[in-house]
Design a binder for this molecule. Structure first.
Ligand code: NDP
Length: 325
């Protein structure tokens, strides 16, 4: 179900202070949008750089714990991987019954890395938009979609608070969709695990195997910028309707010729089902925690291994020649 501006009542936020914790991609844009909507916003920040920026933008800026004591509604907008520690150290000890804790991603609550006390509302307002776009689309008057959910309703009016906040950040202008912490987490991780990077890598490697130079293959598949244009067509016209902007040869090739055989499609869907199962059963979340606790050695090893591959080396040469690095 969708909710729009007319479903949100900003007066439920009257007299409330919203604390934005983390003044980064999402934090800054959401704070500016809420202030424009007439909401009383303060910023909680640890660092000189973020604190300086929010002060420059005119927000009262306090250390995290102090801001947590002052705020009634807390937007937890630090990176997901540091969020459990920031929450445990600065936020949880300063919550009082009736506070509202808002997340922009379901990850830490869904996987129980954060388990909020049961006398606060726990809601999610997850923009389907990068941070800068959260500001730019609202300034342009169009807004952006979000997934929204109530995880815990201690006050009995978590939903009306949530929709009012969705309106305050400018999202109900385009519309928000009722979701759940689990749905947002699964869909978001799936987007990242879907395999797009490796599909492009495999495309380049096979073209090279079949006699195309690395330069031509890399330019063709992404470096020319054509893919960015096509991505914009997807957004503006839809996945298949955008084909009308291509030549007939290209449209037929993409639509019909590129379609995998039923057996190949079955195999790739089986792979994707497995990807989702490993997200849903927590295998990925446990692994990611283990990697972080191990000092990110496995992350660095995966990167180092790929950096040794001809693909990465050839891309580096091409990008130097193009003056991009
Ligand atoms: P950013 O990486 O932009 O946020 C960084 C902010 O968090 C900075 O102000 C940074 O301050 C602060 N910070 C970083 N580490 C710490 C720490 N250890 N202690 C205190 N403050 C810290 O995050 P995003 O805005 O990208 O993400 C915030 C949330 O929004 C996440 O839950 C994410 O999943 C969600 N989200 C993000 C989207 C996006 O497009 N970026 C889209 C939708 C949801 P400092 O200057 O001190 O480093």
């Amino acid at each position: 179900q969708w909710y729009f501006d007319e479903d949100g009542d900003l007066s439920v936020l009257a007299g409330k202070t919203v604390g934005v914790f983390g003044y980064g991609n999402q934090g800054r844009s959401q704070a500016l949008n809420m202030r424009d909507a007439g909401i009383d916003v303060i910023v909680g920040s640890r660092s000189d750089a973020s604190a300086e920026k929010s002060q420059e933008d005119g927000f009262e800026t306090l250390p995290l714990a102090e801001a947590a004591r002052k705020a009634d509604i807390l937007f937890v907008l630090v990176p997901d991987e540091v969020m459990p520690a920031v929450y445990a150290e600065h936020i949880a000890p300063n919550l009082v019954p009736g506070n509202v804790v808002n997340f922009a991603s379901g990850y830490n609550v869904h996987f129980k890395k954060i388990v909020p006390q049961d006398d606060v509302d726990v809601i999610m307002l997850a923009p389907r938009m990068v941070g800068q776009g959260v500001r730019d689309t609202v300034v342009a008057g169009v807004g952006f979609p979000s997934l929204v959910a109530v995880h815990q309703d201690a006050t009995g009016h978590a939903w009306s608070t949530l929709i009012a906040l969705a309106k305050a950040i400018g999202s109900t202008r385009m519309g928000v969709i009722e979701s759940s912490f689990e749905e947002e987490t699964v869909a978001d991780l799936f987007n990242e695990h879907f395999g797009f990077l490796h599909a492009v890598r495999q495309g380049v490697e096979v073209l090279v195997e079949k006699g195309v130079s690395y330069e031509a293959a890399i330019l063709e598949l992404y470096a020319s910028g054509e893919m960015r244009e096509i991505g914009q067509y997807f957004v503006d016209h839809g996945l298949f309707d955008q084909l009308k902007l291509h030549s007939r040869t290209s449209a037929f090739g993409q639509l019909a010729w590129a379609r995998p055989s039923p057996e190949a499609e079955q195999a790739s869907k089986d792979h994707l089902r497995n990807v989702i199962d490993r997200i849903k059963d927590g295998t990925f979340a446990s692994k990611w925690q283990e990697v972080q606790e191990g000092g990110m050695k496995e992350f660095e090893a995966a990167e180092a291994e790929l950096q040794q591959q001809p693909f990465w080396q050839e891309e580096l040469k091409l990008y130097k020649r193009l003056g991009r690095i």
